[in-house]
Structure formats: C-alpha cells, structure tokens
Design a protein around this ligand. Structure first.
Ligand SMILES: Nc1nc2c(c(=O)[nH]1)N[C@H]1C(S)=C(S)[C@@H](COP(=O)(O)O)O[C@H]1N2
Ligand SMILES: [Mo]
Length: 326
C-alpha cells in the first residue's frame, strides 16, 4: 500500500474548502465531546469519527481534556509557516517554502542497537500498528517562542517496546533523513549542522507516557515542514529535542552526542528541559512569545518549569542539579 496519508494532506477537496483546520478541529471536537451535539446531528460517536477520518485521512481518539486551561490553540497557519527545520534553511519561512522537495513515500524507520529484535518498519506498519490519539501540548522553542498544538500520535514507548530493548539500553538516539538532493539547507557551504540531525533522550524520558511519536496535527497528517511523516514531540523540553522526519532510532548504553551540543556545547545541553531559572548564555528564558506574536502584540507570557509539565516529569530529575545538567 502506498502512503495514502501524506497524499491526503494535499487533497484538493480539503484545500478548496473554505473552512479552516482550526474550525474543523473545534467543530468535530465539540461534536465528539457533547452527547447532545451528536444526538442533534443524528450521529453516533463512531459515525462522527468515521467522518473525521474521511475528512483528514487519519483515524484517532480524541483525548478527553481540552487545551491547557486558559490557553488558546495556536492557529494552523502559524504552526505550519513559522518553523525550524535547518535541512531546508535557517529562516523561519524556509521549511514551509522548501520542505515539499522532500519525498516522504516510501518511508522506513530502522530500530537497532541494544534491542533483542532489531529491524525496519514501513510507515504503513507503524500507522496500522498503533492507536492514534490527539494530544494538546504546549511547545516551547529555545529561541523563546511557543505555541499550543493538537498533535496526533502514539507514545514512543509503544514503538520501542516492539523491538525489545535489552537491560543495557540506557539512552535512545534519533536521526533525521539526510538527503541533500531534496534538502537544500544541507547543501549550503556554510555548514550549520553536522548532518544528519541527531538527538537523544535518556531511556526513562523516551519511555515517559508524555513522549509522543507524532504523525499529524490539527486532524491532518504532518505537513513536511512540521517533520513528516514521523517526528518526536517531547513537551517538557526545548523544541530542538523534538526531532523531525526520523529514519533511525538506536538504543545505546552511553549518552549520545546531539547536533546542537556538537555545535555549541555551552549553549545546548543534553537535557534541555524548559527552565525559566536557567538562562541561555545569550538570552533569558523567563518569558516566551506565544504565537501568533507580533511587534504590536507580542503575547509575552512567563515560562514555566518543565514547560508546565512538572507534575508529570519532575520526578525523572529528582536529586539532579538542573543548572549543571541543562
Ligand atoms: N531534523 C530536524 N529536526 C528539528 C529541527 C531541525 O532543524 N531539523 N529543529 C528543531 C527546533 S530548533 C525546533 S524549535 C522544532 C520546531 O518544530 P516546528 O517547526 O514544528 O515548530 O523542531 C526541531 N526539530
Ligand atoms: Mo528551537
């Protein structure tokens, strides 16, 4: 089977529609959340979900909670037109302009290292093998902008368990596709990053239920600029840990080097947990600009420890000096 999902994103019947993805999202969510709405529309939950699948190409379960309390969702246009994906250039507008040059079909992910069952999975197998769910997460970039996004994915732990990590596995390393013919940012003479883009997590961070293998947002498959067809979302860490367009995952007994650490070790640490108390050497991390943000309406809000997820993840770092392990 071909990767029908990535094609669905460009489905003209969606593009020509004059409803925005945010409206689709809010309407469908309201419909699913309220029994009254479903009764009024003459739909069962199942029928509503099938309809959502036809509309978006993805079938997923909607998490019962709404957005983080009092925080609006960041509009689809801001989420998908203001990006970091250096493989396509360093300007925030480069990924939206050039990431379509990347082929995402066919797509395989290899999992190896300290696992009992190393192997390769096709994207189709990954998508059919796991129940997808929608999770609304805050996302905080190290450059001090942030957003709230309805991501669609499944816990990374479920994928890793399928390959049976051995008891020696203490870290996980992730690598992005490196294909210069389709990634103009990697062909530049002023090399920014030592490609392929590489990131890592400690095994308990990788196994944490908040850590999401992500395939969609706003009810659609990921657009290429957002890291299609498969990217990580680690909501309590700075955005660069959330590696895009993943092709390889390896379980290791030693802490892997990361692309940003290699580039500037005193600016970017391995942990990179969101922390308003620990400044970046060149700027403060106390505040963030919540997108959409402009000169006249900067939308400046205070940054929270672990990006607001302390209750869920602080225990992973009990006893650790967070200034030293930044
Ligand atoms: N492969 C790859 N993954 C990447 C990056 C990148 O340049 N290449 N940038 C990171 C950074 S710095 C951020 S803030 C987020 C941005 O995700 P977004 O564009 O979906 O907001 O992606 C992260 N993942
Ligand atoms: Mo970032």
């Amino acid at each position: 089977m071909k990767n029908r999902l990535s094609r669905r994103f460009n489905d003209p019947s969606i593009a020509s529609s004059d409803i925005t993805p945010e409206q689709v999202w809010v309407n469908r969510r309201t419909l699913l959340a309220s029994g009254l709405g479903m009764a009024a529309a003459g739909l069962t939950g199942g029928a509503a979900r099938t309809h959502a699948k036809e509309l978006t190409g993805l079938d997923y379960r909607v998490a019962p909670e709404g957005p983080p309390v009092g925080e609006a969702l960041t509009p689809f246009a801001d989420v998908t037109q203001y990006n970091n994906f250096y493989e396509f250039g360093t300007d925030k507008s480069d990924p939206a302009q050039y990431a379509h040059e990347m082929t995402t079909d066919p797509w395989t992910v290899s999992v190896g290292g300290l696992v009992n069952k190393p192997g390769k999975l096709h994207l189709e197998d990954i998508l059919s093998g796991f129940d997808l769910e929608e999770r609304i997460y805050r996302f905080r970039c190290v450059e001090a902008w942030s957003m709230v996004v309805p991501w669609i994915g499944f816990p990374l732990a479920k994928l890793l368990q399928r390959f049976e990590p051995t008891s020696d596995a203490r870290f996980v390393r992730f690598r992005t596709l490196y294909r210069p013919s389709e990634m103009r940012g990697t062909r530049s003479f002023t090399a920014v990053i030592d490609w392929p883009y590489q990131e890592g997590l400690r095994i308990d961070e990788a196994m944490h239920p908040l850590t999401l293998m992500t395939v969609g947002l706003y009810g659609k498959t990921l657009p290429n600029q957002s890291g299609a067809p498969l990217r990580l979302i680690v909501p309590w860490k700075y955005g660069f840990k959330s590696i895009k367009s993943i092709v390889a995952i390896d379980l290791l007994d030693e802490q892997p080097e990361t692309s940003w650490q290699r580039l500037a070790p005193h600016e970017y640490g391995f942990y990179s947990n969101v922390n308003p108390e620990v400044d970046h050497p060149r700027w403060s991390q106390r505040f963030e600009r919540r997108l959409p943000s402009s000169l006249f309406k900067p939308n400046r809000i205070p940054t929270q420890l672990f990006n607001g997820y302390a209750e869920q993840v602080a225990k992973l770092y009990a006893g650790m000096d967070l200034r030293r392990y930044y």
